[in-house]
Design a protein around this ligand. Structure first.
Ligand SMILES: [Cu+2]
Length: 151
């Protein structure tokens, strides 16, 4: 309970944007290569982070249309349906269904040598909830996935 109340205080300060606001942006880096794998199986974000900045680097050389990768965050329970919808959403939508409320954060699809990032507030997350990250490029999510822990 102590951790939760500290987090709530920080979140309030961040939202108020006042002179005493102390937002803490926590940076996470992850790579994905031509071998269709992320270089991390788990990402953990501490409860005192007010925002998360995820940077995805495609460490391979293949073009985005052939071996594109993105980084998508959902509740673990939403992973498969979101990935399935993403397949149909098409490359132009970064393989994420437009306006999908189950998607907490996502990056665009990148190809070899490219880097992209996304920043989102941890107010979208709940401590104790089971989250997963994955790549929604068609055919990738069953391998390119990992656990996302908050708190
Ligand atoms: Cu991928």
């Amino acid at each position: 309970m102590k951790v939760t109340s500290t987090f709530a205080t920080l979140a309030l300060l961040a939202v108020s944007g006042g002179a005493f606001a102390q937002g803490k942006v926590c940076a996470v880096e992850i790579g994905g290569g031509d071998n269709m794998q992320f270089d991390k199986k788990e990402i953990a974000v501490a409860a005192d982070c007010t925002e998360v900045q995820v940077t995805l680097k495609h460490t391979g050389t293949l073009p985005a249309q052939a071996m594109g990768h993105n980084w998508v965050l959902t509740k673990t329970a939403d992973l498969t349906p979101v990935a399935t919808d993403g397949m149909g959403a098409g490359f132009a939508n970064n393989h994420v269904k437009p306006g999908d409320a189950r998607v907490i954060a996502f990056t665009k699809v990148v190809g070899g040598g490219q880097t992209t990032s996304v920043k989102f507030p941890t107010s979208k997350l709940k401590e104790g909830e089971a989250y997963s990250f994955f790549c929604s490029f068609p055919g990738h999510y069953s391998i390119m996935r990992g656990t996302f822990k908050f708190g």
